[in-house]
Design a protein around this ligand. Structure first.
Ligand code: GDP
Ligand code: MG
Length: 274
């Protein structure tokens, strides 16, 4: 029996949703950053095995809305959970539940879709936990979860058990996407996200998240295995150009070199990145 289904991730910004998807997929597809809210678009990652196909939806972190737009974003995010087969609710296991976690738990109330609690970052020691027992009980009290998994998305700890639970929660279904497809976003989008990620990594807090990367061109070079990719990094202010370029072009060069390495793995061919 072939199983398939859609699995959505929900959790406060920075709990490790993108890291978890990356690790479950074994491929770098979703931008990871130590700053919250970098995942702007919902990315469908598609994991296909011989027995099953899981389509993951990574959503921008849900936070307590403080303004109208925030409220609308949260509503949209919550609506998508009605249409999925399973929800993974990620929390930071080593710290006690916060208002953001409680807000999400409350918002999920009444949902018929099963919700699995994923306590992430368990590689870190519990922070100020009474008797060092951790916060499992406190999290379990937030919602009638279908299951609880303590993992480290970063180190890959206990992920096989989580994968098993995900597969167990899915029912018989079709193969929605071809075997070799890992994302339904165009390759250009993934390439742009990868480059954006490197810009943030290398410029620290100096460059705002409004920075955009546009892939102007992506094509195979004639008579060569090379893939030519031309990307443009857009910044908001003239002064930010210097930061992205760096002294003697050092930062930009490093962005290009790191992005190229990831792109070659992702696209499976040598890349010339301009
Ligand atoms: P998202 O905002 O929920 O998508 O979170 P990210 O996946 O972007 O991760 C936010 C930060 O937490 C990054 O710096 C990750 O490296 C870090 N992180 C994610 N998972 C773990 C984990 O299991 N252990 C530790 N120590 N750090 C993690
Ligand atoms: Mg993310």
């Amino acid at each position: 029996m072939f199983k398939s289904g859609f699995v959505a991730l929900i959790g406060r910004p920075n709990v490790g949703k993108s890291t978890l998807i990356n690790n479950l997929m074994g491929q770098k597809l979703v931008i990871v950053s130590d700053k919250p809210q970098t995942t702007r678009n919902r990315i469908h990652c598609i994991l296909t095995t011989e027995e099953a196909q899981v389509v993951f939806l990574d959503t921008p972190g849900i936070h307590r809305p403080r303004h109208r737009l925030g409220q609308r974003m949260v509503k949209t995010a919550l609506n998508t959970f009605k249409g999925v087969d399973l929800v993974l609710f990620l929390v930071e296991g080593p710290i006690s539940p916060g208002p953001g976690d409680r807000y999400i738990a409350q918002a999920l109330r009444g949902l018929k879709t099963p919700v699995i609690l994923v306590m992430n970052k368990m590689d870190l020691p519990p922070e100020g936990s009474p008797g060092g027992r951790g916060f499992k009980g406190a999290y379990e009290g937030l919602y009638p979860f279908a299951g609880v998994h303590e993992v480290s998305a970063l180190q890959g700890t206990n992920l096989p058990g989580l994968t098993e639970a995900i597969l167990a929660a899915l029912s018989q279904g079709p193969k929605y996407y071809p075997d070799d497809m890992v994302t339904d976003q165009p390759e250009r989008f993934v390439a742009a996200e990868l480059i954006r990620e490197k810009v943030f990594q290398l410029t620290r807090d100096e460059i705002p998240h409004s920075t955009a990367v546009v892939i102007e061109e992506m094509r195979e070079r004639e008579g060569s295995p090379l893939l030519d990719i031309r990307a443009v990094i857009h910044v908001e202010r003239e002064s930010q150009k210097g930061i992205v370029i760096g002294k003697q072009g050092r930062v930009l060069k490093e962005v290009g070199s790191l992005a190229r390495q990831d792109l070659e793995v992702l696209l499976g061919s040598p890349v010339y990145l301009e």
